[in-house]
Design a protein around this ligand. Sequence first.
Ligand code: PMP
Length: 392
Amino acid sequence: MLDRLAPQAPDALLALIKMHRDDPRTDKIDLGVGVYRTGQGDTPVFAAIKAAERRLVDEQDSKSYLGPEGDMGFVEALMPYVFGEANPTMGGRIEGMQTPGGTGAVRLATALAKAAGVTRVHMGTPSWPNHAQILADLDLEVAGFSHACPDGTADLDAVLSAIRGAGEGEAVLLHGCCHNPTGIDYTPEQWDAIAAALAESRALPIVDVAYQGLGHGMEEDAYGLRAVLAAVPEALVAYSCDKNFGLYRDRVGAFYVMAAEGGQLPAILSNAAALARANWSMPPDHGAAAVRLILRDPDLTAQWLDELDTMRTRMRQVRDRLAGAGTAGSVDLTPLGIQNGLFSVLPLSKDQIAALREDHAIYMAGSGRINVAGLTEANIDKFIRALAEVTA
Ligand code: PMP
């Protein structure tokens, strides 16, 4: 029976990681995998996380089961950062649960939307490839709209007309900040227009926040989410701590729902809990417990925010450097200076991407997405030269 299963293409990015690992050239550059890297090319554990983990080892007295909601101390400690210190529950209308990473949160948000009657999801393209995979797995129809203008800014008209065309039984999936893969964020004025359009629409907003703090800062990067939540009666939020706490493999995420009235939350969350139970029973504890310890301790919080600042500053420096180069061959690098977060997309053909890999040991996703944190003082000039050469 199992021989009926047709082989599936391996995840393209995981295949790229393996190719990079097996490349013996010492000057190889990895711009593929989506993790932060220091100027030395490392992805270290945050010092604040190390300190919290040490405390966890000393103080945690049981690893007995929690419920499908995971560590609610973590879920609640995060809320002022996500939704704002002034009103982190929107007057008792927001509650959440822990999920296995942002991926688990996206899965839960979209599965819950489906259970509530959503059949179609509007989504800007290109997007994080797993969005489409999750929606396909749930048999949800995807209606794509173009996310990016050719000049590297957001296509606001496209998102506004998608929202205006979305009706009852439809959802609109938005990236909260640092769009993956384009690095294009809506400006505050654009978010205000999106929030106003959503307020007029019957569609359910789903906001995926995977990179808070990697763009302009924790508060700044929450502008869009908060503008949307202030304008609409109900929304779902998928959150990842895997980038802004450097916890990738520990799988730390949260799912939040904002209900029209607080009294609806128990029924909604009982559905989310049932879905979590059927999917993963309960999320892994360790990383979320470490985040909870950080967020409840002012010194560790300050240390974490300082480490996040360092990351953001470095990514901004790399972006400024690329933008400052102007063009490399036929590639205009200036949009990278106004884009945010780990990723941007370069307009390269498959052949040019292959030439960068084969002739220059530079690895990037087949979509032309690069992780700017893969560039360092030691390799950025080589990258710009190679780009000029393959696109000349
Ligand atoms: N949403 C987006 C837009 C992402 O880019 C990612 C991470 N690549 C996720 C969700 C999921 O993150 P996690 O690793 O926490 O599952």
